[in-house]
Write a protein that binds this ligand. Sequence first.
Ligand code: GUN
Length: 286
Amino acid sequence: MTVMIDGKALADEIVQHVAQEVSAFKLKHKVTPGLAVVLVGDDPASAVYVRNKIKRTEQAGLQSIAHYLPAETTQQQLDELIDQLNRDDSVHGILVQLPLPAHLSESRVIEAISPEKDVDGFHPENVGKLVTGQQVLVPCTPLGCMIMLKRHIDDLSGKHAVVIGRSNIVGKPIANLLLQSHCTVTIVHSRTQHIEEICRAADIVVAAVGQPLMVKEDWLKPNAVVIDVGINQISLNGKRKLVGDVDYHDVFSKVSAITPVPGGVGPMTIACLMQNTLTAAQHQLN
Ligand code: GUN
């Protein structure tokens, strides 16, 4: 029987747990952990993600600090805002929603955020710590993927994991986390030859490539565990629909467990952001 990995239910559980810890934190420190979210411009998908993040921040009992900047914001204005947030003691986590408008440098923004407030785990110092296995704020989507995998596989040691996609946000960090859990890891990407054959050898497939419905039934080994990070909007019979990078209905009966889209990785990413904000505040005050 295939298990549908319910990211929404697991995310609710994590946010409830964070909320309890936040209450204890407030009693101990007389401070509410604060998360600053910065959105530049009016990309509709980013606006939805930011709205969901703010809603969850409030549910977790955290202080939400939102900054909505116009698309024509200059690099200097954005740098100044980040500098101000870095120095603000009521802000424990900073997230600048990506992608940014083309005239702004994402790497400059990521490097400007104080590593201890970098709840995305994107700062080069934090990336270095992740790769070398040190304690660090782990990027939210990969962290959410690992929590879901560990719920379904008792021991990841020796499992062959194939990661489809090599982005800095998902592919590379999740490959490192899988390696830390003693998986044998293969990363495949747009230039890889025989991707399907490589996937067919996998016990675990993490699809993070942004190609709607790419992974089909004949790409997978029987009883593989599939984590679908893709969130793609497609038009089906004249209606808009969200689908993953995996053809869920095609693969469902072949795999042992799979995350749905929506309701899989997405809610877990936001729950992990709440956890990271609390962790950042704990480190800053202890
Ligand atoms: N855009 C899409 N995913 C993310 C994420 O995890 N963090 C940020 N900052 N922007 C994103």
